[in-house]
Design a protein around this ligand. Structure first.
Ligand SMILES: [Zn+2]
Length: 429
């Protein structure tokens, strides 16, 4: 059990790292910096959770150091998913039922399990964009302390919307039940309220702020704009004043434009785009996070149970399935910056790599898709100094696959080696 020892926080971590032996990873091929030339046989020297050196050829490990033989593999940086919800991936009616019948303690254990599925799939960093109970904030801390294993988490705490918007969960409940609930802390309908709700999330520990300018598919709240521009500006300006980036859920073109004008750092889903949307993206330098994988989740659940979704939600799911990939087909050729994100939770945890296939299907070259899940996502998450490449000084977040992901991205679905912050998570022959 390495996690208990090597993951300890603060000075204890440094003390244990100092006595831990360095690791020499022999990589057959090395995509050290996605987007740049692939290296041949290389040695990655890992010590104290960090990459200390990357050298050409297979350097013999000195006495006391351990060797990891990946000479037949392609080695690359740990992958990053910029949009997940670790607490569940049940979806639809089943998710609603679980949210009212099961205790938060069960949701917490479920989140840890989903984090492990994600990590073992090669995703060593995730950005969690909303949960109601503070579970992912706690999981983030437990992972940092080495209590449990999991991916590095950038967390949004509760996602924000206006009353009756995508994040107002009361829409799915009857009035009698709603009357007994405390007022939600994640809704705002004025400049002052929007400033306050952001401050509240930051006080709870949010690394990033997430809000919705439009309704959403899974809440059945529609796809049109449901926020005024002054509210969106208050949210973004407050988050930025406190040094937090902003991720905005938006489906319709008007809601995307409103978010981009207000200063959003990324647009999540971005389902409908026109020329003005593309112009604003480029002018503002914001990232687009496509989350095409949601459609996989919908199709799987509907194949098992035609009543997995009902009413307005089902109608909006049908719309979303029909329109998948259309905005990526516009955004990629237009030079919009793209960061990898699945919305796992809607799709299944541990299957995060399925998004690669969809990105390529809708027009991205494999090398660009890989860059979206490493260098670009690291930039969006504000972690470019720590993750996203295999370079000296970076966190030892390293994965390996058989085959060449630059010609066939589906090899990324079978990650058989995972190292996270220097801890060996998985090494399958
Ligand atoms: Zn989401």
């Amino acid at each position: 059990m390495k996690a208990g020892l090597a993951g300890l926080a603060g000075s204890l971590f440094l003390a244990s790292a100092a006595v831990a032996a360095p690791t020499y990873i022999h990589a057959g091929r090395l995509i050290a910096v996605p987007g740049q030339t692939v290296r041949g046989p290389s040695t990655i020297i890992v010590d104290g959770g960090l990459i200390r050196a990357v050298q050409d050829g297979f350097l013999p490990a000195p006495a006391g150091a351990r060797t990891v033989d990946l000479r037949s593999r392609t080695v690359l940086p740990g992958l990053i998913d910029s949009h997940v919800h670790l607490t569940s991936d049940r979806g639809g009616e089943a998710n609603l039922l679980a949210s009212v019948r099961e205790e938060p303690a069960m949701h917490a254990l479920e989140a840890q399990m989903n984090g492990m599925k994600t990590l073992r799939a090669g995703f060593t960093t995730v950005r969690n964009l909303g949960d109601d109970e503070g579970i992912t904030l706690a999981l983030r801390e437990a992972i940092k302390r080495g209590w449990v294993q999991g991916p590095r988490i950038i967390d949004a705490a509760s996602a924000i919307s206006t009353t009756g918007g995508h994040m107002d969960g009361r829409g799915a409940l009857n009035d009698e039940l709603v009357a007994h609930l405390p007022d939600p802390e994640n809704l705002c309908d004025s400049i002052e309220a929007c400033r306050k709700v952001v401050r509240r999330q930051i006080d709870r520990g949010a690394d990033v702020i997430k809000f919705a300018t439009t309704g959403g598919v899974n809440s059945g709240t529609g796809l049109a704009t449901r926020m005024f521009e002054d509210e969106a500006r208050a949210l973004v300006d407050t988050a930025h004043a406190y040094g937090r980036k902003v991720a905005v859920h938006a489906h319709g073109a008007d809601g995307i434009k409103l978010a981009l004008r207000a200063g959003a750092d990324s647009i999540e889903h971005g389902t409908v785009m026109d020329a003005e949307v593309l112009r604003l993206f480029r002018q503002r330098g914001a990232y687009y996070v496509p989350t095409l994988s949601t459609v996989n989740g919908y199709l799987e659940r509907l194949a098992k149970d035609p009543n997995a979704y009902t009413g307005a939600v089902k109608q909006q799911i049908d719309w979303r399935i029909g329109i998948t990939g259309q905005s990526l087909q516009k955004a990629y050729p237009a030079g919009v910056k793209i960061a990898y994100g699945t919305d796992a939770g809607v799709s299944k945890h541990g299957r995060n790599a399925d998004e690669f296939e969809l990105l390529v299907k809708y027009g991205m070259p494999p090398a660009e898709a890989l860059k979206a899940a490493t260098v670009n996502a690291a930039d969006l998450l504000g972690l470019a100094k720590e993750v996203g490449t295999v370079e000296p000084g970076k966190s030892a977040d390293i994965i390996a696959v058989d085959g060449d992901p630059l010609t066939d991205v589906t090899v990324l679905k079978e990650v058989d080696f995972v190292m996270a912050r220097g801890d060996l998570i998985k090494n399958e022959p």
